[in-house]
Design a protein around this ligand. Structure first.
Ligand SMILES: Cc1cc2nc3c(=O)[nH]c(=O)nc-3n(C[C@H](O)[C@H](O)[C@H](O)COP(=O)(O)OP(=O)(O)OC[C@H]3O[C@@H](n4cnc5c(N)ncnc54)[C@H](O)[C@@H]3O)c2cc1C
Length: 437
């Protein structure tokens, strides 16, 4: 049925980019949902648009930037990111480590003294050992004060596993490391602009981040929607959709999460079974609260470190683009991590988010809440523990030996962003183009 075709599983951004960059149209795409976008999606409800987790697009590669600029055309806006931290009842600019201005004096003193000590130790080569894990990295890079007052409580909420179990290979450019002078400067006055890799970002004027995926989808073969892959028979090169329709394949490119793919296999080698059992990840609830008032804040994002508040991040989509909410209304979306190891009850999460937004005075007692909404995002964040890289290699190598190639954020089981999905999708397609000729 599918001779010589490339079969792509999933219709998230990675799959769409692969399809877009393939030569010709001899490929098919199967997606379990009835819409493209996967984790990079937007939900519309009663005129409000909520991304699946606050997405901003900040490509550095000229090719990717140009491609998305062309795809979005007049529906594209560039904005200076307004990312802030909430701690000690104070709002400071992101990143915490460069913007201590406004925090209680004792906190600023602790942070500066700790950073100074850490940097002196590094300069004296007393800590020439590379950090052994993420917790050690935090202490060695930022010192005890920044560790205690922000980095540890925030990352505890974000990862929900002990930080000394997290390795360093996910971080790359994700954590800005300002000099001592920069931190000192940022503790004496409020800086006017954000620093860091994504200080200017692109975002659709209308329709949310979904539009990036929709625009790709307009340029690839029609996707087979509502087609959940439930079984893969790697020996006979077939897979089953929705438990009944059997389809043959030649080359299978999967962008599904690795545990989902392995679950679809029969007779998995013990080594692969054991590897997949060791993978850890966090799921995410995105809880949105809509309010009958025009503006909650001009901020785009808030990082929240206090252990007493259930969410670690807030996104204000009406500030990303006014068209994300009906005129005169606004919304806030809270990200709440949950997992097998850290259970959060979906039945009560909305109520808990509203209560905590009130504690922070983001929502006032007399504000009229129109409705609340919750999106569950399974497999949001792969956890980089000491097993991850070996287990991922075992699983991917086995599957590749059976002509199943796992790609994308959840096929590589990696902390990738949209730019990487697009760029890597192009690379995968180019390899396939060369192979098929
Ligand atoms: C909370 C959050 C915030 C983020 N914020 C940003 C940001 O600000 N900026 C940025 O650049 N990136 C951000 N990212 C990263 C970005 O969302 C991802 O890199 C991207 O969505 C991954 O795309 P993908 O195609 O690799 O995977 P996915 O989007 O997961 O695509 C996989 C597809 O496979 C489908 N599927 C799953 N199982 C089956 C099955 N059995 N059969 C058929 N289909 C199936 C899914 O429905 C999905 O459509 C964020 C990610 C998260 C989770």
């Amino acid at each position: 049925m599918a001779d010589n075709k490339i079969t792509i599983l999933g219709a998230g951004l990675s799959a769409l980019s692969i399809a877009y960059h393939l030569d010709g149209d001899d490929y098919v795409i199967y997606e379990k949902d009835n819409v493209v976008g996967g984790h990079c999606r937007t939900k519309e409800r009663e005129g409000f648009f909520f991304d699946y987790g606050g997405h901003i697009f900040y490509p550095k590669q000229a090719y990717v930037k140009q491609l998305v600029t062309d795809l979005l055309a007049e529906n594209c806006r560039e904005s200076a990111r307004e990312a802030w931290i909430y701690s000690y009842d104070t709002y400071t600019r992101y990143p915490f480590q460069a913007n201590l201005f406004g925090l209680p004096t004792d906190v600023v003193k602790d942070c500066l003294a700790g950073l100074h000590d850490a940097q002196v130790k590094q300069a004296e080569c007393q800590s020439d050992e590379p950090p052994s894990d993420f917790l050690d990295f935090i202490y060695k890079t930022f010192g005890e004060g920044i560790a205690k007052h922000f980095m540890i409580p925030f990352n505890n909420k974000h990862w929900r596993v002990p930080l000394d179990q997290i390795t360093l290979d996910w971080m790359g450019k994700f954590l800005p490391r300002p000099s001592f002078e920069k931190t000192l400067e940022g503790s004496l006055s409020q800086s006017e602009a954000c620093i860091g890799q994504n200080s200017i970002f692109m975002y659709p004027k209308r329709g949310g981040i979904q539009i990036v995926c929709d625009k790709f989808a307009e340029r690839v073969n029609p996707v087979h929607f509502n087609s959940e892959v439930t079984e893969i028979d790697v020996e006979n090169k077939t897979f089953t959709i929705n438990g009944k329709d059997v389809v043959s394949y030649d080359t299978l490119i999967s962008t599904l999460p690795l545990p989902v793919v392995v679950d679809c296999l029969k007779d998995v080698p013990k080594e692969v079974e054991e590897a997949v059992a060791k993978l850890r990840w966090n799921d995410l609830y995105v809880v949105s609260v809509t309010v009958d008032k025009p503006v909650l804040t001009e901020k785009h994002r808030l990082y929240v470190s206090s252990p007493d508040l259930i969410f670690h991040k807030l996104a204000f989509f009406s500030s990303y683009a006014p068209e994300m909410s009906p005129a005169g209304k606004s919304a806030v979306s809270a990200e709440v991590v949950h997992s097998k190891e850290h259970h959060v009850d979906m039945a009560t999460v909305e109520e808990r988010v509203v209560a905590d937004l009130k504690k922070m005075d983001i929502i006032a007692e007399d504000d009229k809440i129109m409705f609340t909404d919750v999106i569950n995002m399974p497999y949001a964040y792969a956890i980089y523990d000491s097993n991850r890289s070996e287990c991922v290699a075992i699983i991917r190598d086995y599957l590749a030996s059976k002509d199943v190639f796992c790609e994308g954020r959840y096929g590589e089981w990696a902390y990738q962003n949209m730019e990487q999905n697009i760029a890597k999708g192009k690379e995968v397609a180019e390899r396939l183009n060369a192979l098929i000729g």
